[in-house]
Write a protein that binds this ligand. Structure first.
Ligand SMILES: [Zn+2]
Length: 259
C-alpha cells in the first residue's frame, strides 16, 4: 500500500505533466462522475495531503484521488497505451502528457472550496509544508488508552504513515506496538523520527530506513518476518493489529521492542 512518501512523489509527477497545461481529454470511469468533462480547462497544480491527492483545475474544481491498496497514477507521453482499460478509473491528458489513474480507491470531483470535506479530517501532513509536530502529538495524546500501533495509522492523528513506516519507526524507538499511547515517554521523539523517515524517503522509490539501499538490507523489520533481527538476532515477529476488517500487518522484534 502506498504511504505518504509514495503519494508525495506521485503528486510531483502529476505536477510535472499537468501543471499549467490545458486538458485535451478527461475521462472519468467511475459511475458518479461518468459525464464530467474537464476538457479545455488548465490544470493549476496537484497537492498531496497525507495519502490523498488533490488536482486543482481552472474554474474552481478539484479532482480528488486516493491510491488505497494498489492504485497508481501512470504518467506517459500522450497517446501511449498503458494499463488494461478495465483497471483505468480516470485519464487526464494534455497535448504532451497523459496521466492514467489505475485502480484508484477514490475518485471525486468537487469544488475547490469544498476540499475540506474530503481531507479536512486529516491530522498534520508529515510531508506538508505546514507540518506541525506539536499538533500531531496533541492529537495522539487525546486518546492515551489506544495502542501506539493503531494510533500511528489513524490519519486523523497525523497523515502519511502506513504499515511500513509504522513498523520501522516503532522498531527504531524500541517501542512494543501494543504499548498504550499514554505510557510512551517521548512521544515527541517518536513523531519526529517518523517524519524524518518519510522525509528521507520522499525523493526515491522503495523504502530505506537502515541507510543501506540494497533491497535485502533496506529495512529493519518490515518484510523480514522470521529473519534474525539486525541488532539482536531475535527472529522478527509478524502479526496483525486492529479490529476486523481493518486489521493491518505489524512486524516487530520481541528483543528490541519488549512488552
Ligand atoms: Zn532485535
Amino acid at each position: 500500500m502506498p504511504e505518504g512518501d509514495a503519494v508525495y512523489r506521485t503528486a510531483a509527477r502529476l505536477r510535472g505533466a499537468l501543471d499549467g497545461r490545458t486538458l485535451t481529454r478527461s475521462d472519468f470511469r467511475v459511475p458518479q462522475h461518468a459525464t464530467a468533462d474537464l476538457t479545455g480547462r488548465a490544470v493549476l497544480t496537484t497537492l498531496s495531503r497525507g495519502k490523498h491527492l488533490l488536482t486543482r483545475v481552472e474554474g474552481g474544481l478539484t479532482v480528488h484521488t486516493h491510491l488505497r491498496m494498489d492504485g497508481s497514477w501512470l504518467v506517459t507521453p500522450a497517446g501511449r497505451r498503458t494499463a488494461p482499460g478495465d483497471r483505468v478509473r480516470l485519464i487526464l491528458a494534455n497535448a504532451e502528457w497523459q496521466a492514467v489513474g489505475v485502480r484508484l480507491g477514490m475518485v471525486d470531483l468537487v469544488r475547490t472550496g469544498d476540499e475540506a470535506r474530503l481531507v479536512g479530517h486529516l491530522g498534520p501532513d508529515l510531508l506538508g509544508a505546514d507540518w506541525d509536530p506539536g499538533e500531531a502529538v496533541r492529537r495522539l495524546r487525546a486518546a492515551p488508552g489506544r495502542t501506539i500501533g493503531e494510533a500511528l495509522l489513524d490519519q486523523r492523528n497525523l497523515a502519511g504513515i502506513g504499515t511500513i513506516f509504522r513498523a520501522e519507526t516503532l522498531f527504531l524507538r524500541g517501542v512494543w506496538p501494543w504499548k498504550k499511547v499514554g505510557e510512551i515517554e517521548d512521544l515527541d521523539g517518536l513523531v519526529a523520527l517518523a517524519q524524518r523517515l518519510l522525509d528521507a524517503n520522499k525523493a526515491h522509490a522503495g523504502t530505506v530506513t537502515t541507510g543501506d539501499r540494497r533491497p535485502a538490507n533496506a529495512t529493519w523489520v518490515y518484510g523480514r518476518a522470521g529473519r534474525p533481527c539486525r541488532r539482536c538476532g531475535t527472529r522478527i515477529s509478524r502479526g496483525e493489529m486492529g479490529m476486523r476488517p481493518q486489521e493491518r500487518l505489524i512486524l516487530w522484534c520481541a528483543g528490541c521492542q519488549p512488552r
